[in-house]
Design a protein around this ligand. Structure first.
Ligand code: FES
Length: 218
């Protein structure tokens, strides 16, 4: 992950931080119409210019977990969504939300216990996280999901994501998969999701990583 920075902006009731190790420039922070973040301003983040509720809301908009809400004292901390979801972004990563335990996350990555963008094209230099390389690499996939899973009713609780060496993301726990078009299509408790970009059955792994010689450690 090199020396990508983490910036922390201090406020009276809550701080907010931006994690350069996770940011994939989805622009949810600075496109927010409040004064919390402003491009070109120093400091970029000024939490005392907005309410603590708004800081939390903007953090929750960030799909990679790069923006983190850091409350002080009695201010309510963020809690995980009651449902775990994985959205298959067209030509992009897998967006996870819920109560997450992601293999490969550093202890100080506070945002990725709630949301994360994980690579499914195989090109990221920051696996298991997406680093935006799918764009430059020309990764193409609509995000269609052709299976329904068990269709369980309970989609909450801890979701663990294990990055198999040179293989798929192994997901365990209750969760729903949403297609690139937004349809909630699959639900179940266990899946192996492609992260080499080569599966003919995306977003699921079909074993193509072996033939493709996918290596997860680069
Ligand atoms: S999906 Fe974004 S770098 Fe692979």
């Amino acid at each position: 992950m090199g020396n990508k920075k983490v910036l922390r902006f201090e406020g009276k009731e809550a701080d907010v931080s931006w994690d350069g190790r996770l940011c994939i420039h989805m622009e949810e922070c600075w496109r927010d119409k409040s004064d919390l973040f402003e491009l070109g301003r120093r400091p970029f983040g000024q939490p005392d210019l907005v309410s603590v509720d708004h800081i939390l809301e903007v953090a929750q908009r960030c799909p990679s977990g790069a923006i983190v809400f850091l409350p002080h004292g009695d201010v309510q901390s963020e809690t995980a969504d009651l449902e775990n979801t994985v959205r298959v972004a067209p030509d992009g990563p897998l967006y996870f939300t819920g109560e997450l335990d992601i293999d490969g996350a550093e202890d100080d990555m506070g945002g990725v216990v709630f949301r994360a963008a994980l690579c499914r094209c195989g090109l990221s230099k920051n696996k298991p996280f997406c680093d935006g390389s799918h764009s430059e690499g020309g990764f193409k996939d609509t995000g269609a999901v052709g299976q329904t899973g068990q269709q369980n009713n309970d989609n909450g609780g801890l979701l663990t994501v294990t990055a198999a060496k040179d293989g798929p993301l192994l997901i365990n726990g209750n969760f729903t998969i949403h297609s690139g078009a937004g349809r909630a299509t699959w639900s179940g408790t266990k899946a192996a999701l492609c992260r080499c970009g080569q599966s003919k059955n995306k977003p699921f792994c079909d074993g193509s990583h072996r033939e493709a010689g996918f290596t997860s450690d680069d």
